[in-house]
Ligand binder design. Structure first.
Ligand SMILES: [Zn+2]
Length: 119
Protein backbone atom coordinates (compact mmCIF):
# COMPACT_ATOMS: atom_id res chain seq x y z
CA UNK A 1 0.00 0.00 0.00
CA UNK A 2 1.07 3.59 -0.37
CA UNK A 3 1.91 5.91 2.48
CA UNK A 4 -1.36 7.80 1.84
CA UNK A 5 -3.34 4.58 2.13
CA UNK A 6 -1.59 3.75 5.38
CA UNK A 7 -2.53 7.14 6.79
CA UNK A 8 -6.14 6.46 5.88
CA UNK A 9 -6.05 3.17 7.75
CA UNK A 10 -4.47 4.75 10.81
CA UNK A 11 -7.07 7.52 10.80
CA UNK A 12 -9.75 4.87 10.59
CA UNK A 13 -8.30 3.10 13.63
CA UNK A 14 -8.15 6.41 15.47
CA UNK A 15 -11.84 6.94 14.74
CA UNK A 16 -12.67 3.75 16.64
CA UNK A 17 -9.96 3.92 19.30
CA UNK A 18 -9.53 7.42 20.67
CA UNK A 19 -6.46 6.28 22.65
CA UNK A 20 -4.61 5.40 19.48
CA UNK A 21 -1.90 8.03 18.97
CA UNK A 22 -0.49 8.52 15.50
CA UNK A 23 3.10 9.54 16.28
CA UNK A 24 5.75 9.51 13.58
CA UNK A 25 7.36 6.38 14.95
CA UNK A 26 3.99 4.64 15.02
CA UNK A 27 3.41 5.51 11.37
CA UNK A 28 6.91 4.29 10.47
CA UNK A 29 6.46 1.02 12.29
CA UNK A 30 3.04 0.35 10.81
CA UNK A 31 4.34 1.18 7.35
CA UNK A 32 7.13 -1.37 7.75
CA UNK A 33 4.58 -4.06 8.48
CA UNK A 34 1.78 -3.06 6.10
CA UNK A 35 3.59 -1.79 3.00
CA UNK A 36 3.78 -5.24 1.38
CA UNK A 37 0.05 -5.72 1.63
CA UNK A 38 -2.90 -4.29 -0.25
CA UNK A 39 -5.07 -1.58 1.20
CA UNK A 40 -8.35 -3.43 0.60
CA UNK A 41 -7.05 -6.60 2.29
CA UNK A 42 -5.86 -4.74 5.39
CA UNK A 43 -9.09 -2.76 5.56
CA UNK A 44 -11.03 -6.01 5.51
CA UNK A 45 -8.91 -7.36 8.38
CA UNK A 46 -9.59 -4.19 10.31
CA UNK A 47 -13.35 -4.53 9.86
CA UNK A 48 -13.06 -8.17 10.95
CA UNK A 49 -11.31 -7.00 14.09
CA UNK A 50 -13.85 -4.24 14.75
CA UNK A 51 -16.70 -6.72 14.55
CA UNK A 52 -14.96 -9.46 16.54
CA UNK A 53 -15.18 -10.26 20.25
CA UNK A 54 -11.77 -8.60 20.70
CA UNK A 55 -12.92 -5.30 19.27
CA UNK A 56 -12.28 -3.53 22.58
CA UNK A 57 -8.55 -4.19 22.11
CA UNK A 58 -6.45 -1.95 19.90
CA UNK A 59 -5.62 -3.83 16.67
CA UNK A 60 -1.92 -4.58 16.05
CA UNK A 61 -0.25 -4.24 12.67
CA UNK A 62 1.01 -7.82 12.65
CA UNK A 63 -2.35 -9.11 13.66
CA UNK A 64 -4.03 -7.38 10.69
CA UNK A 65 -1.73 -9.00 8.14
CA UNK A 66 -1.46 -12.39 9.81
CA UNK A 67 -3.76 -14.18 7.39
CA UNK A 68 -3.17 -11.97 4.37
CA UNK A 69 -1.23 -12.78 1.24
CA UNK A 70 1.41 -10.17 0.45
CA UNK A 71 1.47 -8.35 -2.86
CA UNK A 72 4.70 -10.11 -3.81
CA UNK A 73 3.31 -13.54 -3.17
CA UNK A 74 0.11 -12.70 -5.04
CA UNK A 75 2.17 -11.66 -8.02
CA UNK A 76 4.36 -14.73 -7.85
CA UNK A 77 1.31 -16.91 -7.74
CA UNK A 78 -0.19 -15.10 -10.68
CA UNK A 79 2.95 -15.85 -12.60
CA UNK A 80 2.73 -19.46 -11.61
CA UNK A 81 -0.96 -19.26 -12.49
CA UNK A 82 -2.23 -21.19 -9.52
CA UNK A 83 -2.40 -20.47 -5.84
CA UNK A 84 -3.67 -22.99 -3.34
CA UNK A 85 -4.12 -23.07 0.39
CA UNK A 86 -3.03 -25.95 2.56
CA UNK A 87 -6.04 -27.23 4.48
CA UNK A 88 -3.81 -28.30 7.37
CA UNK A 89 -2.07 -25.02 8.17
CA UNK A 90 -4.05 -22.47 6.09
CA UNK A 91 -0.90 -21.15 4.40
CA UNK A 92 -1.15 -19.97 0.81
CA UNK A 93 1.37 -21.02 -1.82
CA UNK A 94 1.81 -21.58 -5.50
CA UNK A 95 0.77 -24.95 -6.82
CA UNK A 96 4.30 -26.00 -7.75
CA UNK A 97 5.31 -25.79 -4.09
CA UNK A 98 2.25 -27.48 -2.73
CA UNK A 99 3.18 -31.17 -3.06
CA UNK A 100 6.41 -30.74 -1.20
CA UNK A 101 4.77 -28.59 1.45
CA UNK A 102 1.86 -30.92 1.95
CA UNK A 103 4.09 -33.92 2.65
CA UNK A 104 6.01 -31.92 5.21
CA UNK A 105 2.90 -30.37 6.72
CA UNK A 106 1.10 -33.68 6.97
CA UNK A 107 4.08 -35.12 8.80
CA UNK A 108 4.11 -32.16 11.23
CA UNK A 109 0.39 -32.37 11.67
CA UNK A 110 0.55 -36.09 12.37
CA UNK A 111 3.18 -35.52 15.02
CA UNK A 112 1.17 -32.74 16.64
CA UNK A 113 -1.94 -34.88 16.60
CA UNK A 114 -0.11 -37.80 18.22
CA UNK A 115 1.25 -35.51 20.94
CA UNK A 116 -2.19 -34.15 21.67
CA UNK A 117 -3.62 -37.63 21.87
CA UNK A 118 -0.99 -38.81 24.28
CA UNK A 119 -1.81 -35.91 26.64
ZN1 LIG B 1 0.39 -26.82 5.46
Amino acid sequence: MTFEELKEILTNIKAHYQNFAIYDYVVEEWYKVLKDYEYDDVMESLVDHLTSDNSNELPKAYQLVKYLTSKDLKKKCENNRYIVSCNLCDRWMSLDKFDKHYDKCLHEFGRKFKNTKRV
